[in-house]
Design a protein around this ligand. Structure first.
Ligand code: DOR
Ligand code: ZN
Length: 331
């Protein structure tokens, strides 16, 4: 329910990885220039289908549009556009390519009101610029405010990363959340406990062990308001292993096997299907996926790097060089 596919050569490298294993994905619009209209969305959707190649036929990209100050008419038009799913709100400058985002929530008031009326979900990137560690805590009042002011709007907190965010789900009927695999696996120690490892650097930043434990408890306990959102976000190795490294973990190629391994270790395999799709289907009234894949308990080693068609498109995946106890054995 939250995926970065990029564009150009990177899209060609990344799209088949997701399209092979998944029936669909919510595609994030933070390109340069951003996907911010029905036209740019339709064009991007067709580039995704091209890049997914033979996997495109059973992969549905659920398209999102970058929330700026779209009018009621624009939203009405978007609502009927093929593949349109939701609007994505980025506070300006919060993450990769988000400079055109909203600076003050007041300026989005009319757009949000129109979305509420038209039944268009709002996906919120849950951070603002400022403090590193406490960003999410700082952002919680924003969610609370949105939930109160727009009670009929379905609002998703895109990948929560702290224990502090969880009570909001119980408090507001119209608030939902995605959780990534990396926030279930890693903490600040992985990122910077020893030598700094930029491959663990993502937004929101991985947090403390107690945050990870709370997220695990909620997910393995089957909280029906939490959906899996991979936030798989490829960056070329030249933009990760450098000063001024970009945030983003490229998890797409390992997601299903690594999730199976984690859920099995926690005696929660029975919860995996709902986390991956069932909860989202119920929350957003999505059609049931017909695609089937088989996960088998068979060890595999993750490649050290994936290389695209040009020298710049080289990406280090999550768990590079490591073994995973599960594999996708049939697609
Ligand atoms: O780590 C991240 N990378 N988090 C985001 O929200 C954006 C993403 C990206 O686009 O690189
Ligand atoms: Zn993201």
């Amino acid at each position: 329910m939250h995926l970065h596919l990029r564009d150009g050569e990177m899209l060609k490298l990344a799209a088949p990885h997701s399209a092979a294993d998944f029936a669909g994905a919510v595609v994030m619009p933070n390109l340069v220039p951003p996907v911010n209209s029905a036209e740019t969305m339709a064009a991007y959707r067709s580039r995704i289908a091209d890049a997914a190649g033979t996997f495109a036929k059973d992969f549905s990209p659920l398209m999102t549009v970058f929330l700026q100050k779209q009018s009621y008419e624009e939203l009405e038009n978007l609502k009927t556009a093929p593949g349109f799913f939701a609007m994505k709100l980025y506070p300006a400058g919060a993450t990769t390519n988000s400079d055109g985002g909203v600076r003050d929530f007041g300026e989005a008031e009319e757009t949000l009101r129109a979305m509420e009326e038209l039944g268009i979900p709002l996906l919120v990137h849950g951070e603002s610029n400022g403090f590193v560690m406490d960003r999410e805590t700082e952002f919680l009042p924003v969610y609370r405010n949105l939930a109160i002011r727009f009670p009929k709007l379905k609002i998703c907190m895109e990948h929560i990363s702290t224990a502090a965010a969880l009570p909001l789900l119980g408090e507001f009927e119209n608030l939902f959340a995605t959780v990534t695999l990396h926030h279930l696996l890693y903490t600040l120690d992985d990122l910077a406990g020893g030598l700094l490892n930029p491959h663990f650097f993502c937004k929101p930043i991985v947090k403390r062990p107690e945050d990870r434990a709370a997220l695990r408890e909620a997910v393995f306990g089957g909280n029906a308001k939490i959906m899996f959102g991979s936030d798989s976000a490829p960056h070329p190795v030249s933009k990760k292993e450098c000063a001024g490294a970009f945030g983003g973990i490229y998890s797409a190629p390992v997601l299903l096997p690594a999730l199976a391994e984690l859920f099995e270790k926690n005696n929660a395999l029975g919860m995996l299907n709902d986390f991956l799709g069932g909860n989202a289907r119920r929350i957003y009234d999505l059609p049931k996926a017909t695609k089937k894949i088989v996960l088998e308990k068979k060890t595999q080693r993750v490649p050290e790097i994936y290389c695209g068609a040009d020298t710049e498109t080289r990406v280090v995946p999550m768990l590079a060089g490591k073994e995973i106890a599960w594999s996708v054995s049939e697609r």
